[in-house]
Design a binder for this molecule. Structure first.
Ligand SMILES: Cc1cc2nc3c(=O)[nH]c(=O)nc-3n(C[C@H](O)[C@H](O)[C@H](O)COP(=O)(O)O)c2cc1C
Length: 310
């Protein structure tokens, strides 16, 4: 076996996105990265995906917005954020100075709003690795259906952003849809280079003493280890279709989970909820992946992508 350097061993390519390693932080669980720099050098990560930013600041849903469940977390944050202008003027200069590789997540209610955000992002696009489209926002014109549940909307929104920006476009899909292959094809038609999967699964919890839902929004999104087998199956099935490379996420809590996702077909992995219980998860999981490859004489991490026997 030819000797490869650490850099070659860990690097992965997803479309035209080159990552120095496959470990990415998930949107909404890592802010823009700076807070975790107190625990380890966040610039060692493949990338940090920011919180989803909208055109205007958004207050999010009414509290309570978090509820722990067995092996999971229910959240109904409701995409609270300070708006895209705030990210550009306040967050971006700080994270760039810290050398963090940024994937900017953006969210809108329709293609016109995505287009307006993309026009703002255009001015700073050289400072980003890619843009990720969070399509889980309800579209008012479609009676509240999420954008990612309507194939035409997925293609239209992706195309609008693709037309405005020169950087790679990632489309994040929801496990709440059963037609993921169709949605991924439409994202590809619109110009996406990568699919990110999974966002949270719709869930609910009720307080049996007060008879009230435990979340102010009644339902929320389930994440954490509870969703992991669902995520692995969705990634496995989508990877078999060979549509686009996949960033896989959903309940990754240790390096063994990360390897499992890559065997299922993920070209890179996203860490979300784990950051709340282990702020050093990114560093630990990256080190674990490296040791695994060395101990099994696997030359490159990309050699294991989709290599599940089955
Ligand atoms: C508190 C919280 C906030 C989130 N906010 C966003 C968000 O703003 N945009 C987005 O695309 N996904 C968001 N997500 C979904 C995560 O990025 C990720 O897809 C999901 O939690 C599954 O991964 P995990 O089980 O490792 O957390 C959020 C998840 C949590 C737990």
């Amino acid at each position: 076996m030819t000797e490869v350097s650490t850099v070659q061993k860990l690097s992965v390519k997803l479309g035209s996105i080159e990552l120095k390693n496959p470990v990415i932080m998930c949107s909404g669980t890592f802010a823009s990265g700076m807070e975790y720099n107190d625990f380890y050098d966040v610039s060692m990560l493949g990338a940090v995906t920011t919180k989803s930013f909208s055109l205007h600041p958004c207050e999010g849903n009414k509290p309570p917005r978090l509820c722990e469940t067995p092996a999971g977390l229910l959240n109904s944050i409701g995409l609270q954020n300070e708006g895209i202008d705030f990210f550009i003027s306040q967050h971006l200069p700080v994270v760039k100075k810290a050398g963090i590789n940024i994937i900017l997540s953006i969210v809108g209610i329709n293609s016109s709003e995505f287009s307006d955000i993309a026009a703002k992002v255009r001015k700073i696009e050289e400072e980003l690795l890619a843009v990720e489209l969070n399509l889980s926002c309800p579209n008012v014109k479609r009676g509240g259906l999420t954008i990612c549940s309507v194939p035409d909307d997925v293609e239209e929104v992706t195309a609008v952003v693709r037309k405005t920006l020169n950087i790679p476009v990632i489309v994040k899909l929801s496990p709440n849809n059963n037609n993921l292959a169709e949605l991924a094809k439409r994202a590809k038609n619109g110009g996406a280079e990568v699919i990110s999967l999974i966002n949270t699964l719709t869930g609910m919890a009720i307080d049996i003493n007060t008879f009230k839902p435990k979340l102010g929004n009644i339902t929320g999104g389930l994440s954490g280890p509870a969703v992991k087998p669902v995520a692995v199956a969705k990634i496995y099935n989508l990877h078999k279709e060979k549509i686009l490379p996949i960033i896989g996420m959903g309940g990754i809590f240790c390096w063994q989970d990360a390897i499992e996702f890559m065997l299922a077909g993920a070209s890179a992995v996203g860490l979300g909820t784990v950051n709340f219980s282990d702020p050093e998860a990114g560093k630990n999981i990256l080190e674990g992946i490296f040791s695994y490859l060395c101990s099994r004489n696997i030359a490159r991490v990309s050699d294991i992508i989709g290599k599940v026997n089955g």
